[in-house]
Design a protein around this ligand. Structure first.
Ligand code: PLP
Length: 367
């Protein structure tokens, strides 16, 4: 198809994985446990849902581009309105960053097997996409610093990282930042910020308001609003000003903006989500390790399990599906021998451990 540039033709369409309903139908299961997409097992913040319902009397009017939410965020984080952007999920803002700042000769630098959404967005721009390997499943920040060249324009760092769940520390980031020229934009993707924020070693990027750092956050995870598509970012006013030029004028939607404002005030839901997640992380990590699996310690709302090879990972994913437990194979990220399991309800977590014991035995993974 000559109309399609080669860097688009070689992309793989996003594969969303199986829904609970599909798995229930296919395998004749009463209730499947979806632990594949880092969604919130408690559902959505009730205050977000209430705000969303209240906003439905204004749906004949165009939205105001996220202005109300930006105002609330500016107040909450003690920054200027000009330092805040709201968008259709943090991925929506990421897409605007790619459009606003990358020229053809520019290069993007990140870790191997980075968050799939970023990989696709950067590659779809047709620029050079460079990576360095993980070190013990963590970002290798010194190696990344050493790879910066005169064409590097964007460095993408997710903290906590998806799919490994690991963080880099304040100390590591401080060291790294010293090596980054001001002409390089650092995207600090903090989609899982809420889960890591109480770790004293975690570098909350709101304390790093450098001119070339843009922070991205989302309501999709800890606030349970993945289906609404609402995220936000903080950066220097020049960066935000240019992002506002390329962003679709009417994103985020009226409903999404209202839900985001409602969610921000829902401290009780956030607390419940974090508590449940912390218990889930402990249970999954300890129990899966006891089975003999290699589990990467996580600071997010999921754990990554690494198998000896891709065939083992595939067999386990298939067997779990047959038992009604949906997890995420990581081939598309570039880690075909690994899977990612999102923490669920107490019941789903326990069920996942039992299903994994059976799947591992059936697949002969430990033999
Ligand atoms: C690291 C990371 N960044 C961004 C996103 C996308 O978040 P949103 O739903 O706000 O677009 C995800 C979602 O899985 C993620 O894992």
């Amino acid at each position: 198809m000559p109309l399609v540039p080669p860097y688009i033709a070689t992309l793989q369409p996003y594969s969303r994985g199986r829904t609970a309903e599909e798995v229930e139908r296919t395998y004749g299961i009463a209730r499947a446990a979806k632990m594949a997409s880092n969604e919130n097992p408690l559902g959505s913040s009730p205050l977000a849902l209430a705000a969303l319902r209240q906003s439905d009397s204004h749906l004949h009017l165009y939205p105001n581009g996220g202005l109300d939410l930006r105002r609330v965020l500016a107040r909450e984080y003690d920054v200027k309105l000009e330092n805040v952007i709201a968008g259709s999920g943090s991925e929506g803002i990421m897409s605007n960053i790619i459009r606003a700042f990358l020229c053809d000769e520019d290069e993007v630098l990140t870790t191997e097997a980075a968050f799939i959404g970023f990989q696709v967005l950067a590659k779809s721009r047709g620029v050079k996409y460079r990576t360095v390997p993980y070190k013990n499943w963590h970002y290798d920040l010194p190696a990344l610093a050493a790879r910066i060249n005169e064409n590097t324009k964007i460095i993408y760092l997710a903290n906590p990282n998806n799919p490994t769940g690991t963080i880099f520390t304040k100390h590591e980031f401080d060291d790294f930042y010293r090596h980054v020229p001001e002409r390089v934009l650092i995207i600090l993707d903090e989609a899982y910020f809420e889960y890591a924020k109480d770790n004293p070693r975690y570098p909350d990027s709101m304390h790093y308001r450098y001119d070339n750092v843009i922070t991205l956050r989302t309501f999709s995870k800890a606030y349970g609003l993945a289906g609404v598509r609402i995220g936000y970012g903080f950066a220097h006013e020049d960066l935000i000003g240019n992002l506002l030029k390329v962003k679709l004028p009417f994103e985020p939607s009226t409903l999404a903006q209202a839900a985001g404002i409602g969610a921000l005030s829902d401290k009780a839901f956030l607390h419940r989500s974090l508590e449940l997640n912390a218990r889930g992380l402990r249970l999954l990590t300890d129990s899966l390790c006891e089975i003999g699996l290699s589990v990467v310690p996580s600071e997010a709302n999921f754990v990554m399990v690494v198998f000896a090879d891709a065939a083992d990972a595939e067999r386990v994913v298939e067997d779990l599906l047959r038992q009604g437990v949906i997890v995420r194979p990581l081939g598309a990220f570039g880690l075909p021998h690994a899977i990612r399991i999102t923490t669920g309800t107490e019941e789903d977590n326990a069920r996942c451990v039992v299903a994994m014991q059976k799947a591992v035995a059936a697949a002969g993974v430990m033999d």
